[in-house]
Design a protein around this ligand. Structure first.
Ligand code: GLO
Ligand code: MG
Length: 346
């Protein structure tokens, strides 16, 4: 198996979830943040991802000073555990102020709230010593096409991104595109959209992307191609590997759970493009199944990493020379079978 130290791994506290869905209550008890951090360490992961309110709970009811104090306490806790923060993300989809979107809300007071909260989130990122602010633009879209203007919404997002870039000269914005859910349609549905919007900002070099497997599939796209596209621009700064069975709600299944060949192709392009060489992490944005019992509440994380590492080995032992000659002969039939047999093993 490929050695774990060739890639660095992380997950977020929300990835140890309780199994609640819109049709039924939770099926596992909630665990404390400290317990989750201990498990991350025990599993041998390297970093944790944070929403701003994972780092500073109840953030909206705290003063700026209190936010900074609590962020410093968290930093100490991470240092003591020998762990780091991979990124911080403003959770702009819970508050009553973001019901109709954050940066693209039709209400200027709500837009102000979204920007202010994002700037506080950058302050937290500074204290936690990460330069990545992840922007999953959950409610930047519409339920009703006539309720917002697409052009105006893009302009509002660029305005908001510019304020963040000006607030801190080192922060990098990693846009996490998703085509739908919770909204009917989102304004930045794919990596292409994210990188195009980056060009409109005052410092395009500091606006890049995070790719999530499930989000690409929900957009009807091939996650490996999306990864290749972002890496061609040097803009893949983080990664949420998971899996998704077709066009439905966002499932966040373990990596490789639905389509092993697609997972192999994602790993292969990561290998080919040298993902991780500039310190990027492999993050698993996965959830336990609702049916998972408490005793197995961490298995989806460990399993995703196991599958990833097995696929790294598959990518490294793939007969590239033979593949090249089959490509030259345009014998894609044989190439297809070669991939299948390689994945099936001896
Ligand atoms: C949901 C997203 C979500 C984000 C996380 C970080 O579909 O994938 O899990 O990755 O909130 O911003
Ligand atoms: Mg994600």
């Amino acid at each position: 198996m490929a050695k774990a130290n060739q890639y660095k791994f992380c997950f977020g506290p929300w990835n140890i979830s309780q199994g609640g869905d819109p049709y039924g209550p939770t099926t596992r008890p909630e665990q404390s943040f400290d317990w989750k951090l201990d498990q991350l360490k025990a599993l041998g992961f390297d970093a944790m991802m944070f929403h701003d309110d994972d780092a500073v709970p109840d953030i909206d009811n705290k003063s700026e000073k209190q936010i900074l104090t609590e962020a410093k306490e968290l930093k100490k806790k991470l240092d003591d555990a020998g762990l780091v923060a991979e990124m911080v993300a403003p959770r702009l989809w819970f508050s009553p102020m973001t019901i109709d979107g954050g940066y693209t809300s039709n209400d200027p007071k709500c837009r102000r709230y979204a920007i202010d909260r994002s700037l506080r989130c950058i302050d937290i990122a500074n204290i936690l010593d990460t330069d990545i602010l992840v922007l999953w633009l959950a409610r930047e879209g519409t339920y009703l096409r006539e309720s917002k203007s697409g052009k105006r919404s893009v302009e509002l997002m660029v305005e908001a991104f510019d304020k963040m870039l000006a607030h801190d000269k080192k922060i990098r914005l990693a846009i996490e595109p998703k085509p739908n859910e919770p909204m009917d349609h989102a304004y930045i549905p794919t990596i292409g959209h994210a990188l195009a919007v980056a060009q409109l900002t005052t410092d395009a070099r500091r606006v890049g992307a995070l790719i999530e497997t499930a989000h690409c599939i929900l957009a009807g796209l091939d996650p490996a191609d999306e990864i290749d596209f972002a890496m061609t621009f040097g803009k893949l700064w983080s990664l949420h590997l998971n899996d998704q069975n077709g066009l439905k709600f966002d499932q966040d299944k373990p990596f490789g759970s639905t389509n092993l060949r697609s997972a192999f192709n994602q790993v292969r392009v990561l290998e080919r493009n040298g993902y991780g060489k500039h310190g990027e992490y492999v993050c698993f944005d996965v959830h336990p199944f609702r049916t998972t019992k408490s005793e197995q509440t961490l298995a989806h994380l460990d399993n995703s990493r196991r599958t990833f590492l097995r696929l790294v080995e598959k990518a490294r032992t793939f007969d590239e020379a033979r593949a090249k000659s089959l490509i030259a002969e345009r014998d894609y039939q044989a190439l297809d079978q070669m991939v299948i047999e390689h994945l099936l093993g001896k």
